[in-house]
Design a protein around this ligand. Structure first.
Ligand code: PLP
Length: 378
């Protein structure tokens, strides 16, 4: 008799699927023998990190034999003055996914509920179900709803709140849809959430957003002690490989998160790199500008070709091919272009493409044109 370990796992884990990452470049090149692969699958920043970061990492990292600064003093110090919050309001994570996990471990367990939207970021179910809590998934806005198809339906989310609800996850903007919530609507939503329910606003793409109505959530921390804002160094700061993210919230909630945080969750090179990255506003600004141009490029390209797309404010765009997108994805792989299928979100006809530089956007579009013609789609 072999042991069925899945049956032994906690119930929530039995219902989970492993997270599906974007296909790594090396894997594609090994499998198909292609070269010069363009990876636009994981919303990584094509510009790479600031030269200040590369400088810091080029020096031999001191004292690898020693544990990192578990309190992350220097990074928190810089973040706290930049963001206008106290150090005690900041919790560092091994990527912001680590912080999402801490929130689940601190506030969720069997018998408690968490709410998130259909099409919301794939890490929420993992964090919620891993601790045995129940996920309540609200329907997204209907795709024919004006302006914000596929977006979070705040009324539907509100309607899911029960006395078992402890956490609500909101990605703003959301990945993989690129949809976003305006300041007014998010503010009045949080205002109406019971104070015992924690609202997590995941702002992984915060720095990319240029919309004037995009919320400045840190301003709300004093009026909403149940608010947690999460941000990351993985996206615009281009440090996805080093894993640094953080939460900003009331000192009381941060204290709870710190109780479940693994002692040395952010490593020494990551702490050094993130601290240096915060010094280069110019690099950040130029990444924003390139992305904003890229959004316009893809919007125009889709419109010209009659392709449906979800309006985005992030560094990615999701295109609806109105038919099974897998053959298009696979044909793109043969052209050495990796984009992201999102069938795991229930979006079978869509592909998510990371917005890149002028040159790489064009290269991806050329490959897409070629593939659509091959498949007789255009
Ligand atoms: C990419 C992404 C993150 C970032 O995860 P890290 O662990 O910080 O790399 C978080 N939330 C959303 C919605 C994302 O798309």
């Amino acid at each position: 008799m072999t042991t069925n370990f899945l049956e032994l796992a906690v119930k929530g884990v039995q219902g989970l699927q492993p997270y599906l990452p974007g296909k790594p470049i090396e894997e594609l090149e090994r499998e198909l023998g292609v070269t010069n692969t363009l990876k636009l699958a994981s919303n990584e920043n094509p510009m790479g990190p600031s030269p200040l970061v590369l400088d810091v990492l080029q020096n031999p990292v001191p004292q690898l034999a020693l544990y990192p600064d578990g309190g992350g003093f220097t990074l928190k110090d810089k973040l706290s003055s930049k963001l206008g919050v106290t150090q005690a309001q900041i919790t560092l994570g091994n990527g912001s996914n680590d912080v999402l996990d801490m929130i689940a471990r601190a506030f969720l367990c069997e018998g408690r509920e968490a709410i998130y939207s259909e099409y919301a970021f794939a890490v929420y179910p993992i964090s919620v179900q891993a601790v045995g809590a129940t996920a309540k998934v609200s329907k997204a806005l209907p795709s024919d709803d004006e302006g914000n198809p596929y977006g979070h339906d705040l009324e539907a989310m509100q309607a899911q709140i029960t006395d078992k609800t402890r956490v609500i996850f909101i990605a703003n903007p959301n990945n993989p849809t690129g949809t976003w919530l305006k300041s007014d609507e998010l503010d009045s939503f949080i205002e109406n959430v019971p104070k015992e329910v924690i609202v997590v606003v995941d702002e992984a793409y915060f720095e990319y957003v240029t919309e004037p109505d995009y919320p400045d959530t840190l301003q709300w921390l004093s009026k909403y002690p149940n608010l947690i804002v999460t941000r990351t160094f993985s996206k615009i700061y281009a440090l996805a490989g080093l894993r640094v993210g953080y939460a900003i919230c009331s000192e009381e909630i941060a204290d709870c998160l710190n109780r479940v945080r693994q002692p040395f969750n952010v490593n020494t090179p990551a702490l050094l790199a993130a601290t240096a990255a915060l010094d280069d506003d110019e690099h950040l600004q130029s990444c924003v500008e390139i992305n904003t141009k890229g959004i316009k490029f893809w919007r125009a390209a889709c419109q010209y070709r009659g392709l449906e797309y979800i309006p985005t404010v992030g560094n990615f765009i999701t295109i609806d091919f109105e038919q099974d997108a897998m053959p298009i994805y696979e044909a793109l792989l043969r052209e050495a272009v990796i984009v992201r299928p999102i069938a795991n979100y229930g979006l079978l006809n869509h592909l998510r493409i990371t917005i890149s530089t002028v040159e790489e956007n064009q290269k991806c579009l050329d490959a897409l044109d070629k593939v659509l013609e091959q498949l007789g789609i255009s």
